[in-house]
Write a protein that binds this ligand. Structure first.
Ligand code: IMP
Length: 197
């Protein structure tokens, strides 16, 4: 099995990637390279950030690199927090801080005006090429948190087809239908097409 590096320290993302890629490729993460400099995510789009992380981490480690950049796009907020999803409530905001700010910003809006989507871009970079795949999933932002699985905005992201928030799904259920799960599926299809796995 070939070894790739997933350009993140985020345990929650690592768990979702591992759940899908186990048995197909061997995954290292930034935790295996504690001395690497931090990649600054200053791109204007998810795609720019994903390519930047994949290219820089490939350059630092020599390994084929995979990078995920994800955002929550809320229609009533003109697509915010989007590329700023991790620091919506400030530079060192926690998941909880961000969720609370989101609920405050949408306060008083009826369900039909609370539509949103998660979007994930996965970029790949090695010595010879760089490419990306992406996926998104539509949902509705609830007025309060529900469930205790998942991470980030999952407790307020209601997925109408299953009548549950992403926090009420176990990791396998979330991985089947989520933005990241579908982007990882597209990523695997691409690797298979290129006969890399
Ligand atoms: P990043 O910039 O790709 O690391 O992610 C931005 C932020 O989006 C994270 O800090 C989380 O708050 C949120 N996020 C990313 N993926 C998910 C997810 O699958 N569910 C809920 N929130 C997520």
């Amino acid at each position: 099995m070939k070894t790739y590096i997933l350009a993140t320290h985020n345990r929650d993302k690592i768990r979702e990637f591992t759940g899908k890629l186990n048995g197909l490729i061997r995954l290292k993460t930034l935790d295996d390279f504690p001395d690497l400099p931090e990649v600054i995510e200053d791109g204007a789009t998810l795609k720019e950030n994903a390519y930047k992380k994949a290219r820089e981490i490939h350059r630092f480690t020599g390994l084929p690199a995979i990078a995920d950049d994800t955002g929550l796009e809320v229609d009533a907020l003109a697509g915010a927090p989007g590329v700023y999803s991790s620091r919506y409530a400030g530079e060192s905001a926690s998941y909880r801080d961000n969720v609370i700010k989101l609920l405050q910003d949408l306060n008083g809006l009826p369900p039909e005006q609370r539509t949103a989507r998660f979007r994930t871009i996965i970029a790949f970079a090695d010595d010879t090429e760089a490419w990306d795949v992406g996926a998104s999933v539509d949902g509705v932002i609830l007025t309060e948190q529900k469930g205790d699985g998942g991470f980030g905005y999952d407790p307020v992201f209601y997925y109408p087809p299953l009548k549950k928030t992403f926090s009420e799904l176990d990791i396998h259920e979330k991985n089947k239908i989520s933005h990241r799960g579908m982007a990882i599926d597209a990523f695997v299809r691409e690797l298979k097409e290129k006969q890399a796995i």
